[in-house]
Design a protein around this ligand. Structure first.
Ligand code: YXS
Length: 259
């Protein structure tokens, strides 16, 4: 089944997440198909890409497929997992990737959205960053995606509380570039993409690459990185991590013991 539908028209590639039964949660197959679509657009020299869900979707993306998260021991967000590869591909894609967002965005879905270059949403949008609720030690590269878009205190509130950031707030804190009505969001997004396409693709590509390097974060001493990884390891090997994932699957509130 096509979990992702892609088409290229007038140099604009569109990737539509198409697994609405499971609210476009990021399972391995959906991620692989998205990666493939991006490769094809790169080969075809697309000048912009729109990443969206089906029109009118209530959920843009429900985050990682919780059933595919390791129960204990392994890093749920290791460097080589397909999800991390997808984020790096979006960030390094040689043309702007525009997220057209309707509905809720959860966990890894927020990271995917914030990895895009421009975000356009309707008033049904909300962003909920869930790792603390599930007992997941989010990774440093992911946190950096948030820090380079939003103010630090907002990032902290979003991650510590795991509460939804509604559309108006998302616009105010800089997650969304534009908040547009449902009726206008398609036209608005594709007009913006067309405007980009009329400009020099080489200039746009190089500006995007420079911005990526300039905002990639500060050099970190090796010891600090090792310390971060060690503290993350303690969390994903903990009883609380197992409890978070198990509680989600059993549809109950987790009972965290801090162990
Ligand atoms: O019961 P069926 O088979 O129909 O399947 C249901 C859900 O189980 C499934 N589904 C998911 N399956 C795996 N992983 C998911 N993340 C996921 N989300 C949903 O989709 C079917 C329809 O969902 P249902 O019945 O719950 O829909 P609803 O309209 O009542 O509620 C919509 C949501 C979004 C409020 C609800 O589905 C939900 O809470 N989903 C999980 C959202 C979430 O916590 N995502 C974070 C995933 S973990 C993650 O991304 C990271 C690793 S982290 O947290 O660290 O960022």
């Amino acid at each position: 089944m096509a979990l992702v539908v892609s088409k290229l028209e007038k140099s604009i590639g569109t990737i539509t997440l198409n697994h609405h039964e499971k609210l476009n949660c990021l399972n391995r197959e959906l991620i692989t198909q998205t990666i493939q679509a991006l490769h094809e657009f790169e080969r075809a020299k697309a000048k912009a890409v729109v990443l969206r869900a089906m029109p009118g979707a209530k959920v843009w993306c429900a985050g990682h497929d919780v059933n595919e998260l390791p129960l204990a021991g392994d890093d749920p967000l290791g460097y080589t997992i397909p999800f991390e590869q997808l984020l790096r591909q979006v960030i390094a894609f040689p043309a702007p990737v525009i997220a057209l967002i309707e509905g809720g965005v959860w966990g890894g879905g927020c990271d995917l959205a914030l990895s895009c270059d421009i975000l356009i949403g309707t008033n049904t949008v909300s962003f909920t960053m869930t790792p603390a609720k599930l007992g997941i030690p989010y990774n440093a590269s992911g946190l950096n995606h948030f820090i380079r878009v939003m103010g630090l205190h907002k990032v902290k509130e979003m991650l510590f509380t795991a509460q939804p950031v509604p559309a108006e707030d998302a616009l105010r804190v800089g997650i969304l570039n534009h908040l547009v009505s449902r009726d206008e969001v398609d036209t608005f997004t594709y007009e913006l993409a067309s405007r980009i396409c009329r400009n020099s693709p080489l200039a746009v590509q190089v500006i995007k690459a420079q911005l990526r390097f300039l905002t990639q974060g500060h050099l970190m001493p090796v010891e600090a990185f090792e310390e971060i990884e060690a503290t993350r390891r303690r969390v994903y090997q903990s009883a609380d991590y197992r409890e978070g994932i198990t509680a989600f699957k059993e549809k109950r509130a987790p009972e965290f013991k801090g162990q």
